[in-house]
Design a protein around this ligand. Sequence first.
Ligand code: MLT
Ligand code: MN
Ligand code: ZN
Length: 299
Amino acid sequence: MKLHVLGSGAGGGVPQWNCRCPICERVRAGDPRVRARTQSSIAVTLDGARFLLVNASPDIRQQMALMGELHPRRGLRHTPLAAVLVTNADVDHVAGLLSLREAEPFVLYASAETRRALTANKVFDVVSPRLVTRRTITLDAPFEPLPGLLVTAFAVPGKVALWQEESEPVLGAATGATVGLILGGAGRRVAYVPGCAAVTDEVRERLSGSDVLLFDGTVYADDDMIRAGVGTKTGRRMGHVPMAGTEGSMARLADVALKRRIFIHINNTNPVLAEDSPEHHEVHAAGWEVAHDLMEVIP
Ligand code: MLT
Ligand code: MN
Ligand code: ZN
């Protein structure tokens, strides 16, 4: 199994178009210790010929242009992309579907909640229902989006997508609006959880025994965005557990059996993105890697 990180950033990417926080400004200035990052997406393959895209970010066109393995390979029209799975209905995970509208067949997988959100939004019908088969994921039941790749989706604590919020959303409920994935194939097991509001005992059990974990690295501390002066929202309010603190992902996953642990879906205000920051060193000391775009992971 091989995973390609197409986008390691959270919504907005790094630098975010309207942001002058220190991280975004250092990227613009060309500082080699802070990398640019596109928005949240990975591609998975077993045979190098067929790929499952997990999450379709607004940056998908650029991401696919940069990743040669995803270029068309034969005839006049072709794609190695066989299937697309979205883990929730967040803009950074579904907007890229609109760029996949050029009459190419693939299978689109989503949980019942996410599929309803896509159906309710007619703009997604530009992804031709004649050519693109939508399949509802049954939670906790393995399915095979690529030959030999067994995927199991499970509900993680989260909330509805930002654009679906009407009043104060319910926070932290595991409803299926956001799912985590266990990807199994070629004797390997990878967990991909780009959004998770809390590391509950159930989440710990799900992740345990994975060769690689790619996990929600949106915020270092719950108040990253407040400290960066760019907003009033906490990680908790956005449905993202922080890395740091006693209830944070580093502490809560420290004793879980994982061979490799990688933070992904990292927001531009997260200080770990600066490779010379104390937070970056701390995360490394705790055994975590920080994903970057075009990183290849072979479990
Ligand atoms: C998130 O991960 O919290 C969302 O992508 C936020 C957004 O929609 O911008
Ligand atoms: Mn996001
Ligand atoms: Zn920024």
